[in-house]
Structures are given as C-alpha cells and as structure tokens.
Design a protein. Structure first.
Length: 657
C-alpha cells in the first residue's frame, strides 16, 4: 500500500477521500486555489500546495500544476476525486508516466466510455440494451434535425463528452430544435471542449437507475446493487436512494448483469457507475431499461451504496489501485436496509434556484445523519465552483423510515445568510408521491409549485415576537418563554389590567405592525399579540420547544423545516409594495456572458431570452420581463460582469416610440 496520496480536487470531495486515507494511515496532501486558501479541505490535509488562481482552468484543471505539487510533496499516489480531472484519460496517463499510483480506471476504459456515441456502440456490441437514437458522425444542423424529426419528439440532445447534465437539452418540437442544438453545443464546448452531440428518444416517464460496479486487475468485476437517482432538477440529481423503489429480483438481476457486462467490455478496474434509463410507465421491467452512459469514477451519491452494503468504496479504490484483489466476491456483498442522500445546495429555490454565494456566518448541520461537507461556519461559498455545500445521508430498515429520517435531517439545517434548498428538500421528501415511491425524472417539474412554497405557519412570527418581547423583559423566568415579568416593556405600566404597545418591523422584507398587550388574568400577567389587525395564537409554540434562532442587534432569524425567516426590528421606511420593474436586466451574480440573443431596437416578447450568463458551472438565461423593445445592451459575449450590473434594458411596448 502506498504511504501518501494527493487528492486532485477540493471541498467535500477531498475531505471525503482524506477521511478514509487517515483511517488507513495514509498521509494526505491537498491542492488548492487562491480562492480556497482558507478552505476546510486545506486545513484537514497533512500537507497542502497552492496551485493557482481561483479559475478552475488555471488551478484544479491544470494537470501540470497538480503533478508538480505531487512531486514537491513526495506523493506516491493521486486520487482525482469525482469531477475536474477524474475522467481525463490524458491526466491518468501523465500520473502513471510520472511513476505515481493512479487511483482510477485504466485510461483506455476512460476513453472508451468518455464519448457517449462510441460508448453506446460498444455497449450494443456487448449485448447491453441501449436507448434508440442517432450516434452519427454527421453533425450538421440539417442531418441532426432530420434524425430528430425521424425519431419523433420529444428528443434529448446530449453532448457526446457530457456529464452531470451539462450539454443536455430536451426539445419538444421541431421548430425548437435549432435553438436547443445551439445550447447543447455551446455547453459541450465550454465544459468539455467538444461541441459534438448525439440524439436520443426522450422517454416520457423516465426513471434514472444506476449500478455501482467495481473491478480489479485480475479481471474480476462485481456490482454493489443499484441506486435510484430519478429526483432531478435540470438533469442535476437532488435526492438519491438505494435500492431503487419498485425493483423486483428479476429486474435487478437483468440490470446488474448488464452493468457487469458493460464493465467487463472495457476491462474495467476500480469504481464506476453504469447509468440506465428506465421507462417506468408500467413500473420497472427487465426489457424496459436501457444503457445511457458510464461514469468512470466514484459518484457523488456513493454514500448510499456504502450505507446498504457496509463497504467503504474509497478504501476499495485504494486497495485495487495498490494491486490487491477485490475485498469481497459477489456472493458476499449483501444489501441491508434502505439509504437516502440529499444534496444541499447554496441556491435560492424561490428565485429560480439561482446559486447563492457569500460567507457562512451561521452553519449548523444535523447531528443524526452522515454529513459529507467541505465547508464550515465562517467559511465561504465561492462563485467559482459548484454550489453544492453538503450531502446528508441516512439509513433505515425501510424506505418510509429513511425518507422520514432524511426529511428530519434536512429540516434541522440552519444556514445564514447564504440561501439553501434545505426547505425544498424537506418538501420533496414529505410529498405524498415521493413517500409512495411514485417518482420519475419529471417529478420536481410537475410538483414545483407545491415544492417551492413552504406551508403557511405563524410559528416563525410568533417565535420572533416572543424573543423580541424577551429582549425587552429580560431573561425569562425558569426558561419559560412567556415569563410573567413584563416590567419596562415599551414603557408598560403595571397599574392597569391591560397595557399595549405597537411595534413596527419587516418580515422577509415586508413591513408589518404588531400590537403587543400585557393583560392580567387571575392575578397573573400574560401577553397577547395582534399582527396587522389579526390576533396571533402562540399556544402551539408555548407548548413546545422554541424554534432555533440567531439574534442580531435589531434582526432575529428563525429556522424551521430548513427554511429561514428574517425579522428586522430596525426603523421601517418605504412602502410595503415593491416598485414596478423598470425593465432593467441585472446580473443576479458575478459571471461571464456566453450568449446575447437580441440587439438594440429589437421587439421582444415577455419571457424571451435576451442574455445568457454563466456562473457557478451553470447557465442562467435573463429574459424580457414584459413585451417590449430592447433599449440599451451593454454587454457582449465573453464579458465578465459583476453582481447587479445592468446587462440590458427593455422598454414596455406601450411606452415604445
């Protein structure tokens, strides 16, 4: 076994690999960019090397700098993590040429499975069922359009070198094909340096099923059962589970056998995932599951497989890379219970899931779940990298118990001021369709309205007002939130049966007004609240535990079910009604302009894309807020823009000259 390992990655990925390395007595080495100088993975490593500026292409994706860091620190092995250089065959060859142990599959296997079109042809020859589609060399618009029309809509355009949902566009009708193709080609070129695409028939009730495989240098290949990754948004996985709901023994044998054949077809060594798409319109059936692609690396969702098998997959990677045989044969790998994983993203679901960046002033994770993260309180979410900040993983005996446990874990998340999708995850996990296992890749889109809105509750408001009262009253007696000591509250006098005071504040930016009354009942003092003229019942809160809060001088934040409510008790000014849009399209975050699809003077319709901004590894289309005419257009493709910069202005049609 090698004595030291450099992880050519960052964040939770590096921290995850370091955890196993430490347990095995292997020295850990981190690489980091200037943006990550204070990152958790840097401090957790035994040694760390700065390899460049924030941009990934000038640091984490620079193979020469990574290899130089390995030489400088005396690393004996390199683990690429999952992402960045993990599926780069040239990098794998360079690592081995430098005399280092490559903890990954053979470069030939990476190349064989790296191009989707070639991989599907190879799988077809190996007897692995593949989805109907076009894999040809002719990449002209005319030929691709013709093939898509022949396949029948909807179709899925996919970058041949793609992965992680990048370079993937669903097209509903022939008239939209050219625009969808241009977007897929642009993303393929930007993310993988390859604009080529393939076309597949889009399955209307798809389930995303994948099988974890593992091979060793003796030619042995095993599977570690399947995972279901159907809960997705924009082709990005949100919640994963193992095993797959509704998977019977016959279908499991068919899909796992196919996965093993696929791995053996490329002489696979190490950890890999064979991804399948299933037509779930009539449940999972052996003849309705087709090969999509192979990820020649460890997956983000590997912890659910570890949970149901009791296997440390990173340890297996280390041992196989060191030349050891697989630790377990197929008949010794047992499936136990159910596991689920949720991806906690720094994003704002209420604002189109735009990534949220900034310092993590308050960062609390649940105690009763496995948490894989690369950040901590006081750390920062950077604009330069993926917005996933943690993974929450639970295991239970049944699927229902696992879903309930994961919902509770997500509900316990407290993050501020960076926004997260924790509340959204809770609502996904508690949705009746999900609980029943009635999911497919279109679940989030179909249920989005319900999933985006937290159920109405007065508890956050009651908690905030209760804590605000306590700020004035002083410490509550015997930890009773509603202690009987209202002296000096807003100048209350205790010589009457009822005294009231008014308090103006903002709840999540909306001005409100509360009347807080102190009343005497049977010789005891009590509080009554009226907010915006309506009585507020605090009995539910009074009977239970106070909600978690953070306190500022004038601001109180309450956390409930993964969501945060902000109450500002500072001076209230202005109107409760937001100003009407002035037609300015502003950058929601720093980023790069990758497309401009309009020009000054052009008439545009509401919702029409004007500018496309690339930030945090995703494209964000800024659209016309109403029918109108493009006025100023202050950016061009390639421009770097700052948060809030005006990119374009739209004049409403009725105001246009």
């Amino acid at each position: 076994m090698f004595k030291s390992v450099l992880v050519a990655n960052r964040g939770e990925i590096a921290c995850r690999v370091f955890r196993t390395a430490r347990a095995m007595g292997v020295r850990t080495i981190a690489v980091y960019s200037e943006a990550d100088a204070d990152a958790l993975h840097v401090r957790e490593a035994d040694d760390a090397v700065l390899i460049g500026p924030a941009a990934a292409r000038e640091s984490y994706l620079d193979a020469k700098k990574v290899l130089a860091a390995a030489k400088e620190t005396g690393a004996e092995a390199i683990h690429p993590g999952y992402g960045f250089l993990s599926e780069n065959a040239d990098f794998a060859e360079a690592v081995m040429a430098a005399g280092l142990v490559w903890i990954g599959p053979p470069p030939a296997a990476i190349r064989a499975m790296g191009l989707k079109d070639a991989a599907k042809t190879l799988m077809d020859k190996a007897g692995v069922p593949v989805t109907p589609g076009y894999l040809g060399e002719d990449q002209s618009l005319e030929r691709l359009q013709k093939e898509a029309d022949a396949i029948g809509y909807p179709v899925l355009i996919k970058a041949v070198a793609g992965g992680g949902g990048k370079g993937m566009k669903k097209v509903e009708r022939s008239a939209d094909f050219a625009a969808g193709l241009a977007g897929a080609q642009r993303e393929g070129e930007a993310s993988f340096g390859d604009p080529r695409v393939l076309i597949e028939k889009y399955i209307t009730r798809p389930r995303h099923i994948e099988v974890q495989v593992f091979g060793d240098s003796t030619g042995e290949v095993v599977h570690l059962y399947e995972r279901d990754c159907s809960l997705q948004r924009r082709h990005q996985k949100v919640i994963e589970e193992a095993p797959a709901p509704g998977m019977d023994s016959e279908t499991r044998k068919a899909v796992t056998d196919a996965a093993v054949r696929a791995a053996k077809a490329v002489n696979y060594v190490g950890a890999g995932t064979i991804e399948f798409i299933a037509d779930a319109s009539e449940g999972l059936k052996p003849d309705r599951i087709w090969f999509m692609e192979m990820n020649t690396r460890l997956q983000v969702e590997h912890p659910v497989t570890e949970a149901i098998t009791g296997v440390d997959l990173v340890e297996w990677q280390f041992r196989v890379a060191a030349g050891e045989p697989l630790p377990l044969q197929q008949d010794k790998i047992q499936l136990d219970g159910w596991a689920m994983e949720a991806r906690l993203y720094a994003e704002d679901p209420a604002n189109g899931f735009l990534p949220s960046i900034g310092k993590l002033e308050h960062f609390v994770m649940p105690d009763d779940a496995r948490v894989d993260t690369g950040v901590e309180q006081g750390g920062e979410v950077s604009q330069h990298y993926d917005p996933m900040i943690a993974k929450l993983i639970v295991q239970a005996e049944t699927r229902e118990e696992a879903a309930e446990a994961l919902a509770e874990a997500c509900a316990a998340v407290e993050v501020w001021p960076v926004k997260t999708n924790a509340g959204f995850l809770v609502r996904c996990l508690e949705h009746p369709r999900f609980v029943e296992g009635d999911v497919d890749t279109g679940f989030i889109g179909a249920e989005e309205e319900t999933l985006l809105s937290a159920p109405a509750s007065d508890l956050p408001l009651t908690a905030a007002l209760g804590w605000k009262v306590e700020d004035f009253v002083g410490a509550a007696h015997d930890n009773d939130l509603w202690g009987p000591s209202p002296a000096h509250l807003f100048g209350f006098r205790l010589n009457g049966e009822r005294q009231s005071a008014r308090l103006k504040f903002r709840q999540d930016g909306t001005p409100r007004e509360a009347e807080i009354s102190v009343v005497q009942r049977a010789g005891d003092w009590d509080f009554e609240f009226t907010v915006d003229g309506a009585p507020l019942d605090y009995s539910d809160l009074d009977a239970g535990e106070p909600l978690p809060t953070t306190h500022g001088e004038t601001v109180i934040r309450t956390f409930r079910n993964g969501d945060v409510s902000v109450f500002d008790f500072g001076p209230v000014g202005g109107s409760a009604t937001a100003a009407a849009s002035d037609g300015s399209l502003r950058a929601p975050m720093p980023g790069k302009i990758v497309a401009v699809s309009a020009e000054p003077g052009q008439t545009v319709a509401k919702g029409q894309s004007i500018v496309v901004l690339e930030a945090m590894k995703m494209e964000h289309a800024l659209t016309a807020p109403f029918d109108g005419v493009v006025g100023e257009l202050g950016v061009a493709v390639g421009d770097q823009v700052t948060d809030g910069a005006v990119l374009a202005t739209i004049t409403a049609s009725e105001d246009a000259a």
